[in-house]
Write a protein that binds this ligand. Sequence first.
Ligand SMILES: Cc1ncc(COP(=O)(O)O)c(C=O)c1O
Length: 425
Amino acid sequence: MESFPYYQEPKGVRMDSEELYKKSKSLFPGGVNSPVRAFKPYPFFVKSASGSEIYDVDGKKYLDYCLGYGPLILGHGHPAVLKAVKEQLEKGLHFGIPTETEIGLGEKIVEHVPDIEMLRFVNSGTEATVNAVRLARGYTDRENILMFDGGYHGANDSLLFSSEGVKSPGVPKALENSTTVAPFNDLEKVQIIAEKEELAAIVVEPVMGNAGCIPPGEGFLKGLRKICNEIDALLVFDEIITGFRLAMGGAQEYFNVKPDLVTMGKIIGGGFPIGAFGGKREIMKEVTPTGKIFHAGTFSGHPVAMSAGRATIEILEKEKVIKRTSNFAEEVAELFHEESEYPVNRVGPMLQVFFKDGDVKDAEDARKSDPEKFREFHRSLMDEGVFIPPSRMESWFISAAHSGEDLDRTRGAIKDCLERIGRGP
Ligand SMILES: Cc1ncc(COP(=O)(O)O)c(C=O)c1O
């Protein structure tokens, strides 16, 4: 078995995932560079991946429904993306000076996403939401933010809250005091808060992808739009998961609701680190250097990410990826309906099953699902060669590379797992 070129194993020694994890734990907190990756007893270490499959250093392969937590809508190593990246690499890695490639991707996003007239590229989803919040505060000259329980907007100090309070020590009290958390899908509560607080913005994941998969109820997003209009606050859609996934124009097209600001990430980088915040020209021109609201970044508009993102969007334009991945997710959801009593939420290609009784309409419901049962299911699916995100609070991701044969394998694996762990609460 080969090792990665950038990691030199001691001569004659081939380390498996367990051994690599031991080493990794001494280098990185919990052995990982992002906490969700640290599932028990230890994560597998990836050797390579191709299409819908991922291969680990232990010689196992998995059908991948995690897909790098969502960016790889075309699957691993799509030839068009690889070609675009290689061509860009030949020209140079990074310049810190404008390139045509950023115009290429910028134009594609403006063309497809209804409410982005102007945007700024950054390097992660977190950076996108940090800057969107600063812009909303600077533009409205207000500080208070309303967000939703179960929403995740990256490691952003202004938005690291849930109904249970602050999610992390180290977040300043002043920020806690300026953010209010409402239950998702509860317009009445939002209305009450909006009347009381001078809100700069309401920030929302239009489909909650970080509390499993929770769709907005009928009229919820339109209701948020109406409330923001009434109080002159900005409506910020965090489309880091939903962008180019639910529709080419993201959730705003899918649900026909117009936000003022939008954050994007994941898919638009084609597998490379990226984020973007954008929206109405009138608001975006307040960003430096035309305006006073600060944003800057050494790697912003990185040419490799730009070319990978543009190549990805070009494939999405040509092929019916969104429709195909949505149909695939529908089949998986259907199987859960047929084979189990557990609720399954699905919106387009996003889905999650909840090991509990009754519907899941908000994060409180999602938290009631059985974590042990989920772990058992996750482990059991891995034994069958299927890898889904290792948290009940994530959505499954499906790519263009997932075939009919993959669907059959997945259906078989789910049936076997349900047989083992039980079909209902
Ligand atoms: C909805 C949403 N917003 C923001 C982020 C943060 O993005 P990143 O991890 O690229 O910083 C994520 C990451 O999963 C996300 O799902």
